[in-house]
Design a protein. Structure first.
Length: 102
């Protein structure tokens, strides 16, 4: 899967999470995923809980529009972001600096 792909009701993104980071950040990663650095530890869903608001802020959507759909216990996760798929894809494109064909 590329780092993101459009869906009828939004986009789906792949994210590689680095827990216990010194500061939180969400940015382009490789062609296959975004990169998220989280201060939360990878225990009892803390990192997943921290990832949702970080992604929501990056895409300018409410937290309820972001859902973890795969990778609950893995570093590589898939999330669905609901909303205008064209607008969300444009945000993803900007986060990558135009270097992705999502």
């Amino acid at each position: 899967m590329p780092a993101w792909r459009e869906r009828a009701d939004g986009i789906e993104i792949a994210v590689r999470v680095t827990p216990r980071a010194s500061r939180e950040a969400f940015a382009a990663g490789t062609a296959d995923h975004f990169a998220a650095r989280l201060a939360a530890p990878p225990v009892e869903g803390a990192a997943n809980a921290a990832l949702v608001p970080l992604v929501a802020a990056a895409f300018g959507v409410p937290r309820r529009s972001v859902a973890l759909i795969a990778g609950d216990t893995a570093r590589l996760k898939r999330l669905r972001i609901e909303g205008d798929s064209a607008a969300l894809a444009e945000i993803a494109h900007r986060l990558y600096g135009g270097a992705h064909d999502g």
